[in-house]
Design a protein around this ligand. Sequence first.
Ligand SMILES: *Cc1c(COP(=O)(O)O)cnc(C)c1O
Length: 490
Amino acid sequence: MKSNNNLEDINGLDPENWEEMRELGHQMIDDMISFLKNIHLEPSWKEIPKDTKAYFKEDLPVEPQNSKKVYQDFKRYILPYHKGNIHPRFFAWVQGSGTLMGAYSEMLAAVMNPNVTIGEHAAMYVDEQVVKWCKQMLNYPNSSSGILLSGGSMANITGLTVARNAHSNLIREHGIQKNSKKLVVYCSEETHSCITKAAEIIGIGNKFVRKIKTNSEYEMDCDKLLEQLLLDIKEGLQPFCIVATTGTVNTGAIDPLEDIYNICKKYNLWLHIDGAYGALAKLDPNIAPKLKYIELADSVAFDLHKWLHVPYELGCLLVKDADTHRSTFAITPNYLLQTGRGLAGGLDAINNYGFELSRSFKALKVWMSLKETGIKKHAQLISKNNEQAKYLESKILKSNELEILAPVTMSIVCFRYFNKKLSMEKINKLNEEIIIQLQEKGIASPSSTILNDKYCIRVCIVNHKTKKEDLDFLISGVIQLGSEILKNNF
Ligand SMILES: *Cc1c(COP(=O)(O)O)cnc(C)c1O
């Protein structure tokens, strides 16, 4: 009892000095505004010094430290070594650039700190409204269901789980205990690895993920798809789903949606779209016709932390048949019963539509960002990135030193520095070295990929800060580094 009395004397986690914390908060906002405002003057990336890495080895803090000191440590050891996707010359992987309003809304959401899965409180209605806006962005039916998730990977596994159950409840009920007929899912060899991972986790098994060959444009070859499908049916397997990608990570290719849709209809298969990167290109009038069939898909996964620049993390899954979606995940234990009135009233619990129970107020950053910007401007920014990719392509085509390695469909450009006199192996090594030096010198941050054994400089423009000059700077950097490295007896 005695120690309990002592513990009663300990304050909670509210500030001991509210005014000091107010000042610190103002300081943080000031610093962050200056940081973002001037980021274009900084290198696109910086190496982390050894002593900084050593600092991260410190053990668990036991005693309290001054809040200001904690913030100083953040500014000294963490902030300068950002990944770079907040910089105008970040072109690696597929990553959004974030916004200041997005950052503010993260703070507001954290202050309210609701667990947004159940209950009668405003965040539930914001979440519902944002899901509705997601449908409207893609012109997906309003009667569909949807859930906000941490990203495209989660949206894809959630969608595939619904697709699996829509086909049969066998795995749901018996797990892997019952030797059922084998389920098969189809995608292209360019499909994101999260589809294979998802198939492994939900009990399909990676041997039953058919990675269909692509054509010269890196799109799924539908003749080959049909061939494989018929073979699997003949062998007594159970095809249940085709995953079409709208915007592959490697090259931005869009699988032929109409053909895939028709095959799904004919053979009663679930059409799932992985639009993590490219579904929102539906907002670009030049790309929209190619993406029309997203509206007819059974489910679509896409990211808002990519081309909508909402701060990490935010993905969304939409499912045409809301009942099938709900019945995949709805289990209501006694401690989660909903009532007609009071705090446990309100909207249908969100964990009836996904695996996660605790959920952040992630909807707020979408809600505030969309209100602040409006979808019209977002559409223009997406079109602008696609146009910038075409601009980059045209510069590469005009250059004697550079070579385009894949068709430019959306905002990804794959190319390389080329010199006829060098062996394939040397050229690959050279381009790898060019990318590393571009990054180390802070010139720009493209990433790499390999297409037909050719090492590519891969530039993905999902960046609201990028200007044409940044692309000019990148290209002159590549050409200069290429010739320099060659001169130095590479
Ligand atoms: C980014 C991406 C994913 C994975 O999404 P995360 O948000 O990173 O989990 C899946 N598929 C494609 C095509 C992507 O571009």
